[in-house]
Design a protein around this ligand. Structure first.
Ligand SMILES: [Zn+2]
Length: 334
């Protein structure tokens, strides 16, 4: 599968047309905060919009694909007037000296004499020093400089940065759109495509990642850990230590989804409403034992843990996992 193009992601079209209208009316703001779930296509969107603005022969809301600038945009090195600012390591915040390098770029002259574009992602993962350095650029950007900031955690973007950007919200498409789309991209059955999408919270590009195996394996580790605990095949300490290396935020998202299914079963909704088929047997067995009260208390606990994790107020991962697993075991006691 090659690189995704904006025209092959139909759910991005509406926001795309909106920006093109702003551009045609000369009302394009110099900073956009592109907000939406992980894997919805924010980076594809920002790249395509950069290519569009850099193109010398834009027509009908599209880049031509052939001019010198389009060729530069498509080259491995990228266009010299596009600057992409991202953490040097995935999961690490953007550093202040990286933002300073960006400032140099913004105040230099565009090499091709047109726009200069900056893509910053993720915009929420920046310490205070880096955010303050960026703020100066947002307040006084150079001529014809457009900054595109990406985030999937709007609440964590500094308010001073948020207030200087125009927001562009991108939502995940409905399953009616995404199930056939993912099935076609991966050449798989729609049933499997639906399963990937449910696990990916409906974000199509995130769903694609399940096929390469890595995410599927992670998810299997979550489900087998939970099932093994219930069946006493492994102890709490064993499961907890196996989970130490996992991305807890993602795991909590999945756990939250599983509990939604458990609640549906518990109030007597039929099989057809189950979303997480890969955990079907475990959920059905558990639904017969769990009490409504303890289930909803646990859902609250998981939601609270997610909030704490996002706010980074509780860094003790081991403690967090153990109390989650303890709560899970508590469900089985009714
Ligand atoms: Zn072009």
């Amino acid at each position: 599968m090659g690189e995704l193009h904006i025209s092959s992601c139909p759910w991005l079209g509406e926001r795309w047309n909106y920006l093109i209208r702003l551009y045609n009316q000369a009302r394009l703001p110099h900073a956009l905060l592109i907000n939406g779930p992980e894997g919805v296509g924010k980076a594809v969107f920002a790249r395509a919009f950069s290519t569009y603005l850099l193109c010398q022969q834009r027509a009908d809301g599209r880049a031509c694909g052939y001019c010198k600038n389009c060729q530069l945009s498509q080259s491995d090195g990228g266009h010299p007037d596009l600057y992409v600012l991202e953490p040097e390591e995935r999961g690490k915040p953007v550093r202040v000296d990286q933002v300073r390098e960006l400032t140099n770029f913004v105040y230099s002259t565009a090499q091709q004499g047109g726009y200069r574009l900056v893509i910053i992602g993720p915009a929420h993962d920046m310490n205070v020093a880096a955010s303050n350095a960026l703020l100066k650029t947002l307040e006084e950007p150079g001529q014809e400089t457009i900054l595109l900031l990406l985030t999937h955690r709007l609440g964590q973007v500094m308010p001073t940065i948020r207030s200087r950007c125009q927001r562009v919200d991108i939502a995940s498409p409905s399953l009616e759109v995404s199930v056939p789309w993912v099935a076609q991209k991966l050449q798989i059955e729609e049933e499997k495509s639906r399963q990937y999408l449910v696990s990916a919270n409906s974000a199509p590009l995130a769903a694609l990642a399940f096929e390469d195996g890595e995410l599927g394996v992670l998810r299997q580790q979550l489900i087998s850990g939970l099932a093994d605990l219930l069946k006493r095949r492994r102890t709490l300490v064993e499961v907890s230590s196996a989970w130490q290396k996992l991305d807890l935020e993602r795991m909590l998202g999945w756990l939250h989804g599983l509990l939604g299914d458990l609640a549906r079963l518990q109030i007597g909704q039929g099989d057809q409403y189950l979303r997480h088929r890969d955990a079907e047997n475990m959920l059905k067995a558990l639904a017969r034992r769990v009490s409504t009260e303890s289930l909803f208390a646990y859902i609250d606990q998981v939601a609270e843990t997610r909030r704490a994790l996002l706010a980074r107020t509780n860094p003790n991962k081991q403690l967090l996992i153990e109390s989650l697993l303890l709560g899970w075991l508590g469900l089985a006691r009714g």
